[in-house]
Design a protein around this ligand. Structure first.
Ligand code: FES
Ligand code: FES
Length: 154
């Protein structure tokens, strides 16, 4: 089986896997990084969102053979102690209900705020529209992204 050298959360990892293994399963099953969730497996829900070279990306659609030498960041890597402004805002607004979608939501929000530091409510809604929440925490998500933007600006 081929061996791949991956850079995840700033650290090197070596994994042995079929070339077409989705990055999602490499993270969860090979590396025990289970913060990234499986929802649909077909790019429709956003539960599996990670950053690849800084962009929010569906890890269920990425094959491990295509991500060598890229900078991969998972929910485990955005801060050591949940002190990222987006995580602080999430706590302050008390966003999660069941929590299942939330890692993906936070990864989308963090990548979005890197590109747009002071977004309007409608820009937030557009940016987050690809992340599904079965508990319908959308209003709180939008408020938390707004609050995170203000924390980053202050
Ligand atoms: S599990 Fe990847 S988008 Fe749903
Ligand atoms: S908090 Fe339950 S799916 Fe989003």
């Amino acid at each position: 089986m081929p061996v791949y050298n991956l850079k995840i959360n700033g650290k090197p990892h070596t994994v042995e896997a079929d070339q077409d293994t989705p990055l999602l399963w490499v993270l969860r099953d090979h590396l025990d990084m289970v913060g990234t969730k499986f929802g649909c497996g077909i790019g429709q829900c956003g539960a599996c969102t990670v950053h690849v070279d800084g962009s929010a990306t569906r890890s269920c659609l990425l094959q491990v053979g295509n991500v060598e030498d890229m900078e991969i960041t998972t929910i485990e890597g955005i801060s050591e102690d949940a002190s990222h402004p987006v995580q602080l805002a999430w706590k302050e607004i008390d966003v999660p209900q069941c929590g299942y979608c939330q890692a993906g939501q936070i990864m989308s929000a963090t990548a979005f705020l890197e590109q747009n530091a002071n977004p309007s409510r409608s820009e937030i809604r557009d940016a987050m529209s690809g992340n599904i929440c079965r508990c319908a925490s959308y209003n709180r998500i939008e408020k938390a992204v707004e609050l995170a933007a203000s924390k980053k600006l202050s």
